[in-house]
Design a protein around this ligand. Structure first.
Ligand code: PEP
Length: 255
């Protein structure tokens, strides 16, 4: 049975004060959630958000990390620094990092490995572009991203990793994959994970991401291989994100 995981990716939004105000409004709305709930603020708001979340079941996450422990990497943040702030998860390989900042599967794999070594769970994002989907290349692209990005995940720790399938054409566009389209790729991804990690693949949580909103979350979450969501835009609003969390909780008994 896979416990669903809902993660808020705030991207480059929210000051420290705005983050605190979110947490104050959000926590009372998600008491006893039957899912893991994670918030990924920008680096600058990690500490204050972590303090605001202290004592709750909601986990803190980073949106990115550098693979090295320390050194001359101006502007970068090391895994140990995230541990220091109480991060339990970190997103790696988000499509915005891949397309806008040139991150390759090899870079993503190194980051995921560094996170594991530091005791932080990586949320590894994969997903095809519209052009790739229309050319019928979704399995090829997603399969290669999974192989490359998870290349350094130790087999005995595979069950811990979280994968986020996020079709690029659905991120921030208001276009969501239909539940059937998403399920098809999730089932494919789980098969690929099984080839690589064996039975551990059945324990790996695969989130869907791409314009998830309160009104489409329920039908997406009802799919057998969708184990939660990575939510951008709708996660900025405590009411909307809490509705998504509570929807998932309703479906949590399905597996
Ligand atoms: C994301 O940033 O990972 C995302 C899925 O964004 P949105 O929900 O806004 O499409």
């Amino acid at each position: 049975m896979r416990r669903p995981i809902l993660a808020a990716n705030w991207k480059m939004h929210k000051t420290t004060g705005e983050a605190e105000a979110f947490v104050a409004a959000f926590l009372p709305r998600v008491k006893d959630a039957a899912a893991d709930v994670v918030i990924a603020p920008p680096f600058t708001a990690l500490e204050r958000t972590g303090r605001a979340l202290a004592g709750s079941d909601v986990a803190l996450a980073a949106q990115n990390v550098h693979a090295e422990e320390k050194g001359a990497f101006t502007g970068e943040v090391a895994p140990g620094m995230l541990v220091d702030l109480g991060c339990r998860f970190a997103i790696v390989g988000h499509s915005e990092r891949r397309t806008l900042f040139g991150e390759s599967d090899a870079v993503v794999a190194a980051k995921a490995a560094a996170l594991f070594a530091a005791g932080i769970t990586p949320i590894v994002c994969v997903g095809e572009s519209l052009e790739e989907r229309e050319a019928g290349r979704t399995p090829e692209v997603v399969g290669a991203q999974l192989d490359g990005s998870l290349a350094k995940v130790p087999r005995e720790r595979a069950a811990e990793v979280v994968v986020a399938y996020e079709p690029i054409w659905a991120i921030g566009t208001g276009r969501t994959a239909t539940p059937e389209m998403a399920q098809e790729v999730h089932a494919f991804a789980r098969g690929r994970l099984r080839e690589r990690f064996g039975a551990a693949a059945d324990a790996i949580r695969i989130q869907y991401g791409g314009s998830v909103k309160p009104d489409n979350a329920g039908e997406l979450m009802a799919q057998p291989d969708i184990d939660g969501a990575l939510v951008g835009g709708a996660s900025l609003d405590p009411e909307a994100f809490s509705r998504i969390v509570n929807f998932e909780s309703v479906h949590a008994g399905k597996r």
